[in-house]
Design a protein around this ligand. Structure first.
Ligand code: CAA
Length: 392
């Protein structure tokens, strides 16, 4: 008798994507993991890892092949970010922020803009950044934005400051959101692609941070910055909607980073609990620690299912991407914080030492509850998707 018939598994990864993932796994184990502690301690952007990712085509996974990318799925993209984050959260941000910053062009750019910029980003020749946040405008991204863009002839003149801009100091081009019509609220914001060589573009303060210390987070200053009108992305006034559509597809990338950090901490704590003896047996065999590990594992696997479903929804251009992106970012971020905190606890005093990786993982996890929309903003987005928005 032959094998019983089973319906084809439409959700299986295409072979090509599985190959990408296998190659990334190997590269991370050989080249990224051994550098992770040093990257954190030095607090420097790892140019060697950036080069490695560029040479391995990892910076253009979701960019279509006609623009030099791999044309891979979002599911593959999030799995790659997760794989890197297991070893080094700072390095995973190189891939995640390249995706975040190229999405405005991919979503709303003209053919000319796509042809000019996407191949440079896909190849890793250029690094890009995404500048939405300002000192007074974090969660309230539209209502409190102050950076202005005024049209003068065939240019826009930008004035203002952005803060917390990941990779801003190493970026060759930055997607900047600025107010073009202050009377129109969210519909008076526009998006621009600003090259670092445009007159009036400056890098300001470089933040010193608790975690992701190998990823530069900086202030950007626009002082009568001259941006060609051809670098307006999408129509004038569409900038906020573009920013939100981008976050719908980039929040799963941050969820993947969080999940990778959690998985890395879980693996380390599990191995430690198998080897560390107390009261005559491995601590993992003692209920207090064994049950902690059981909860950590369950939470990590549940988060993974949510994240991969959100990524599939991005691939299918599903109507409820906003909801799923927010849910996976919320769940994975909170799980990363809890699992890494518990991993430190499993290791006891050793967990608190910089000689072991779990304290770095705990520090790195915290930011995933803050950037690309705080956990409070994710809950706002989720609840609005459920019950609508009060417009009274
Ligand atoms: N897709 C398309 N359009 C959307 C949208 C979406 N997901 N979300 C909102 N919009 C539209 C609305 O329909 C509305 O359009 P109309 O005026 O035509 O009706 C317009 O945008 C304004 O929307 P809201 O009225 O809902 O806007 P709001 O002021 O209430 O704010 C918010 C919504 C969800 C709170 C938003 O401001 C937000 O997400 N804040 C968090 C900002 C954030 O995530 N920042 C991250 C920075 S990047 C980063 O952190 C990167 C890094 O370092 C790695």
């Amino acid at each position: 008798m032959g094998k019983p018939w089973r319906p084809p598994n439409k959700r299986r990864m295409p072979d090509e994507d599985a190959q990408i993932l296998a190659a990334v796994r190997e590269l991370v184990a050989e080249k990224v993991a051994p550098r992770a502690a040093e990257i954190d301690q030095r607090g420097e952007f790892p140019q060697d890892i950036r080069k490695l990712f560029a040479e391995s085509d990892m910076l253009g996974i979701p960019i279509p092949s006609e623009y030099g990318g791999l044309g891979g799925s979002f599911l593959t993209y999030v799995r790659v970010v997760e794989e890197i984050a297991k070893a080094c959260a700072s390095s995973s941000l190189i891939v995640a922020v390249q995706e975040l910053a190229m999405l405005p062009i991919l979503i709303a750019g003209t053919v000319e803009q796509k042809s000019k910029y996407l191949p440079k980003l896909a190849s890793g020749e250029w690094i890009a950044a995404y500048a939405l946040t300002e000192a007074g405008s974090g969660s309230d991204a539209a209502g409190s934005m102050r950076t202005r863009a005024e049209k003068r002839g065939d240019q826009y003149i930008l004035n203002g400051q952005k803060i917390w801009i990941t990779n801003g100091s190493v970026a060759d081009a930055v997607c900047v959101f600025a107010v073009t019509d202050p009377t129109k609220g969210a519909n008076g914001i526009s998006a621009f692609l600003v090259e670092k060589t445009f007159p009036g573009f400056q890098v300001g303060k470089i933040e010193k941070k608790m975690g992701i210390r190998g990823s530069p987070t900086v202030e950007l200053i626009f002082d009568n910055c001259e941006v060609p009108a051809a670098n307006l992305i999408g129509p004038e006034g569409d900038g906020f909607k573009i920013a939100m559509k981008v976050l719908d597809k980039s929040r799963p990338g941050i969820a993947a980073q969080a999940l990778g950090i959690a998985q890395g901490a879980l693996e380390y704590a599990t191995k430690y609990a198998q080897e560390r003896i107390a009261f005559g047996k491995p601590i993992g065999q003692q209920q207090g620690v064994g049950f902690m590990l059981a909860d950590m594992k369950t939470e990590v696997e549940a988060s993974r299912l949510l994240l991969y479903e959100a990524a599939r929804k991005c691939d299918e251009e599903s109507d409820d991407v906003t909801l799923w992106a927010a849910m996976c970012k919320l769940k994975c971020g909170d799980v990363a914080m809890r699992v890494t905190t518990d991993a430190v606890q499993v290791l006891g005093g050793y967990g608190y030492s910089v000689d072991y990786p779990v304290e770095r993982m705990m520090r790195d996890a915290k930011i995933t509850q803050i950037y690309e929309g705080t956990q409070q903003i994710q809950r706002l987005v989720i609840s609005r998707a459920l019950v609508g928005r009060w417009k009274g």
